[in-house]
Design a protein around this ligand. Structure first.
Ligand SMILES: NC(=O)c1ccc[n+]([C@@H]2O[C@H](COP(=O)([O-])OP(=O)(O)OC[C@H]3O[C@@H](n4cnc5c(N)ncnc54)[C@H](O)[C@@H]3O)[C@@H](O)[C@H]2O)c1
Length: 347
């Protein structure tokens, strides 16, 4: 089932922050989710009022007033900005609501501890969308399957530079692009390869270069911070013994090589039956269906659906959990202070 109007059970919800991203991506994604929107809250009352009218619900200027007047709200979708997310999350948890929150969830990793303490049995999911893409799901499936199995290394290429004076960035609590968008490739890498043991950032004077991640599983990760025009440079490759997965835009290619390859003896590059060779999954843009829409390809639908499923099924999230958000923030901070040295996490 994929249409909001068809779901038998819907979560009564509100959005906090009806700015550009919410209006463009979060609210439209709700059309496909088990949600009944009760309220829109934004300090910009004009935006809140127009948006609420469009969606047939109530408008509020303050989240406190909204919580007071709308006791039926079960969950909130917060999309305001990293500086205000922590206080809005804590306020929502204090009112007993489940919380979905956009990235970045905060400015400093230490802010997540308070959220964990206040969470109780509430579901909290961070919008780490790249961990929820259909491509990331395929990567996890391959890694877990006996047929394909163990991952050795992962390469992410993302248009990004590391800010100068990383320690000052942390002290001032500012938000460089390394936080605003660096969380995207980190979400993918951590969502696919798991816990990170150590981080090392090696960059040139302009901040371009590599962030090297050593995962607890033995996987090594390279996040290449690439110069060049946005958004063309983003891509991912996963390398295992007998397979390789390349993700470029929506296209996902599973490369399996030539079956039973023999350097001196193999005479055809085409393997028997469906063994070896590549499998390519790609979207088309010709049909007005769901799977080719940006919300679905980029993981926005996936992250919000996962949040709803966790609430409806009474389960604690793993992907996009506060624990995963903390890990993303710890890697972000470690890279800022690395200055070419290896920084151990959880030491
Ligand atoms: N995942 C993605 O692809 C993606 C893309 C763009 C933005 N984002 C994230 O979404 C969030 C919002 O970004 P945006 O571009 O929509 O910004 P925006 O400035 O357009 O929207 C933020 C909204 O929050 C409102 N607001 C501020 N304080 C508030 C408060 N206390 N209570 C209620 N509303 C309040 C503002 O009036 C504004 O309308 C950011 O965290 C950003 O990083 C994510």
């Amino acid at each position: 089932m994929s249409y909001q109007r068809d779901f038998k059970q819907r979560i009564k919800a509100a959005v906090i922050g009806a700015g550009s991203h919410c209006y463009r991506n979060i609210l439209p994604s709700m059309t496909y989710l088990p949600i009944e929107l009760l309220a829109v809250c934004d300090v910009n009352m004009e935006a809140a009022a127009y948006t609420a009218k469009q969606y047939g619900c109530q408008a509020y200027k303050s989240s406190g007033e909204m919580f007071q007047k709308e006791p039926e709200i079960e969950a909130v979708f917060i999309s305001v900005g990293a500086a205000l997310h922590p206080s809005l999350i804590l306020e929502s948890l204090n009112w007993g609501r489940h919380v979905w929150v956009e990235k970045p969830i905060c400015l400093r990793a230490s802010q997540i501890k308070d959220m964990m303490e206040k969470r109780g049995d509430r579901v909290v999911v961070a919008g780490l969308k790249k961990a929820f893409t259909p491509a990331a799901e395929k990567a996890r499936e391959l890694i877990a399957s006996p047929e394909y199995g163990k991952l050795n290394s992962i390469l992410a290429v993302y248009p990004m530079s590391m800010p100068e004076e990383g320690k000052t960035v942390l002290e001032n609590g500012s938000m460089p692009n390394w936080l605003r968008n660096g969380v995207h490739p980190l979400s993918f890498m951590i969502g696919v390869a798991g816990h990170v043991d150590s981080v090392q950032a090696i960059v040139n004077q302009a901040g371009f270069g590599a962030v090297l991640l050593q995962f607890e599983s033995g996987v090594t990760g390279t996040l290449h911070l690439a110069s060049g025009p946005q958004p063309d440079a983003e891509r991912y490759s996963l390398f295992a013994d007998k397979w390789q997965l390349d993700i470029e835009d929506a296209r996902v290619s599973l490369r399996r090589g030539i079956c039973d390859f023999n350097y001196r003896g193999t005479t055809s590059y085409i393997s028997p039956a469906d063994r070896g060779g590549s499998v390519v999954w790609d979207t088309n843009s010709c049909v007005a269906t769901l799977e080719n829409k940006a919300e679905f390809v980029q993981g926005m639908y996936g992250e919000m659906k996962y949040f709803c499923d966790c609430i409806l099924e009474g389960r604690r999230p793993e992907l996009g959990s506060l624990e995963m958000a903390l890990e993303v923030m710890e890697v972000y901070e470690a890279a800022l202070i690395s200055e070419g040295k290896v920084v151990m996490l959880h030491s």
